[in-house]
Ligand binder design. Sequence first.
Ligand code: SF4
Length: 258
Amino acid sequence: MKTIKRKTLLYKTGVEYGDYTINIAEGCSHGCKYPCYAMMMAKRFGKAKTYEDWCSPKLVSNALELLDKEIPKYKSKIQSVQLCFTTDPFMYNYPEISDMSIKCIKKLNNNGIKCTALTKGILPKELAELSKENEYGITLISLNEDFRKEIESGSAPYKDRINALRYLHDKNCKTWVSIEPYPTPNFIEQNLSDILNEISFVDKIIFGRLNYNAKVSQYKDYKKFFNEMANLVINYCKSNNKQYHIKEGTITEETKED
Ligand code: SF4
């Protein structure tokens, strides 16, 4: 696959539930059409010219060397490192990217740093042998494969994602699911409880609405809808003793005009 060299890797993210992060590739073959915020930024800053460009990822070939330089600098400030915010650490059908992610997690763990990973690919079984402080997550916004092919065309099938996560849970790893960006019913009619039931084994659920898509506000009661879905997640997590986080802007006040 194509590679690039970067000057820096570790940085502190401004994202609400993140601390430090690393991005071990530029671009992402999952090609999400919500749209992908990372792709919008890459286009704005000239890192990707087209959608096709974005979907053809480049591995950061010097990621491990950069970590060697940067870990001593930031170690005392880091609570955790998330892989990744602007790409996917276990990109489906890209073993080079998965290998590099595992090597980076090992290096961070060996320095006493906990890692969190989130993917729309397949979490490798090998993660079960790394630090039990780590947290492994998948994104899951539906169970409908036709919808997945339409909106996250390059990602792993939902069932395979869930099975890989369940394997790690069964090996006593901490697991979580990001139900974000959750779509309104004018994208797909579905029952959020069905998704929650499929992932009832996880320790934590993050829920957030779909943003940056004009079709959302075409759904008349979209604010009411997101409030109801967020409350469903909160009640589910409370009654099943799970941690949860509702992303900012998902729960809003409803006005008569809404
Ligand atoms: S998996 Fe994440 S980074 Fe990759 S295209 Fe989808 S939203 Fe963008």
